[in-house]
Design a protein around this ligand. Structure first.
Ligand code: MLT
Ligand code: ZN
Length: 474
């Protein structure tokens, strides 16, 4: 069990981080004490901001010796409270922001070694400067850091084509709970040397060690892009369109995002500069994108042909292919602003879940019936990454209803939705992780053998339980 740090230990930690690399005043520490969704408020005696792996290693060695808990923190954009200390005031916060150099960009090898305090946008920009693409793409990419992306195995809007963060990793450098450094920064596509140890730290949310650098996969930069906003009658029709596009354009289909009419309307209403370019009101919308590194590829024609065929078959009601970068950006802004619009609209109950792509229409239909039954004060806003089967099955409070009553529906509704997701062979966390928010649900639903194995791994890698206690494994 971790214990409170003595003042001598705090001084030793400050010295290990170096001059100017720590905060201990309430004003400086405040941003680290609350999570992005303001679900959790914690306390800490010290925020450390190391600049080097050696400093991280010294800090963890001290924490291990003194049995002091450590909460690693990236951009603090997570939805599950994984980067917020508890209320005890005994857990040290380790901000990774200053560990943010690109160590090596190997363009012919299509790889990049980067420190994990870099934001995702910084990583994308470094790749672009070398005529390469780092494809992970999220609404919060300007703030979210590579370390958090790794630790939550982030997804986003290009998973259909490029996979999740785990799929983009070639090697990792990790400081273990006792301060030892695992130097696994290889940049190889083929490496069959024993267990895939690096994979343990991806999605571990800082409970097994601190990832300090990663070797990431890069790809050719797209040189041809076709973006469209499509109006349809149902998620089922959207699924049909996805299948046709994948048959016609294969790997070129990089994004396929589903939004219901109410999400589009709310976004237009609440977020400045957002418009719906389609004139016909339809029940559902899809933002889709085809990309190719070949500038001669006429993706707009491929897309036009497919959309016309789909319209003739009654699958598509309305569609617009972006004729300029500005139009494409406007379509993306509509999609990426949905979470912001939902925040403006009022309280919400969020469920980041996944099911086989083929079961998404059932999830939407049966989930809506559960909301009517368990949370009548709410209205469903189920949008997300249809191409990956990842739906943000969110529920917003209806205007005029009582917020406390609405929020009190959260637990029974969540249980019902998660039961449905399980029946459909899905996951209760698709891309946002477990953190503190879902730790209990996860423990009650995980396969017992797999959970026991996770606890064994936690004990083996962090025998004193200092790494991000209370997150992932309750
Ligand atoms: C998204 O896809 O927009 C986010 O992952 C979900 C959200 O912010 O609600
Ligand atoms: Zn998402």
């Amino acid at each position: 069990m971790p214990r409170p740090p003595s003042s001598a230990t705090l001084n030793e930690l400050k010295a290990a981080a170096g001059t100017g690399s720590w905060f201990d005043t309430p004003e400086d520490m405040a941003p680290y004490l609350v999570d992005f969704r303001r679900l959790y408020r914690g306390a800490t005696p010290l925020v450390l901001l190391p600049r080097t792996v050696d400093e991280v290693s010294r800090i963890l060695a001290i924490c291990h010796r003194e049995e002091v808990a450590v909460v690693p923190c990236g951009g603090n954009t997570g939805y599950c409270g994984a980067a917020t200390p508890d209320g005890s005031g005994t857990q040290i916060v380790l901000s990774m922001r200053r560990l943010n150099r690109v160590r090596l960009l190997d363009a012919p090898n299509y790889s990049m070694m980067i420190e994990t305090g870099s934001t995702l946008a910084e990583a994308q920009a470094a790749a672009r400067a070398a005529d390469r693409l780092f494809p992970l793409s999220l609404g919060s990419e300007g703030t979210a850091q590579i370390g958090g992306n790794l630790s939550t195995n982030a997804g986003g809007t290009a998973v259909l084509r490029y996979g999740m963060m785990r799929d983009l990793v070639l090697g990792l450098e990790v400081v273990l709970a006792d301060g030892r450094v695992m130097s696994g920064l290889k940049s190889l596509r083929k490496d069959n040397t024993g267990y895939d140890v690096k994979s343990l730290f991806i999605g571990a949310e800082g409970t097994l060690g601190v990832i300090t650098a990663a070797s990431l996969k890069l790809f050719p930069l797209p040189a041809a892009t076709a973006t469209a906003l499509v109006g349809l009658d149902s998620p089922h029709a959207a699924l049909g369109l996805l299948g046709r596009l994948r048959t016609a354009a294969g790997e070129q289909v990089s994004t396929f995002e589903l939004m219901p009419r109410n999400a589009v309307e709310l976004t237009v209403k609440h977020v400045a500069g957002v418009a719906n370019p389609l004139s016909q009101g339809t029940g559902w919308y899809v933002l889709l994108e085809l990309t190719s590194p070949n500038p001669k590829q006429d993706l707009a024609t491929v897309l036009t042909d497919e959309l016309q065929r789909a319209a003739a078959d009654g699958m598509v009601r309305d569609a617009m292919i972006a004729a300029s970068i500005a139009q494409s950006q406007a379509m993306w802004k509509l999609r990426e602003s949905v979470p912001e619009a939902q925040r403006h609209h009022g309280a919400s109950l969020k469920h980041d879940v996944s099911v086989p792509v083929s079961s998404v229409p059932r999830l939407i239909e049966e989930g809506a019936a559960l909301v009517r039954r368990f949370a009548p004060e709410g209205e469903v806003l189920s949008y997300g990454h249809l191409g990956d089967g990842n739906l943000h099955f969110n529920v917003s409070q209806r205007p005029g209803s009582d917020t406390q009553v609405f929020l009190s529906r959260g637990k029974p509704l969540e249980k019902a939705i998660f039961d449905l997701v399980e029946d459909l062979g899905g996951s209760i966390s698709a891309e946002h992780g477990i953190g503190r928010l879902k730790a209990e649900e996860f423990a009650s639903r995980a396969d017992p053998v797999e959970l026991a194995l996770m606890r064994d791994l936690k004990r083996a890698l962090d025998p004193k339980g200092i790494m991000n206690p209370g997150k992932v494994l309750s």
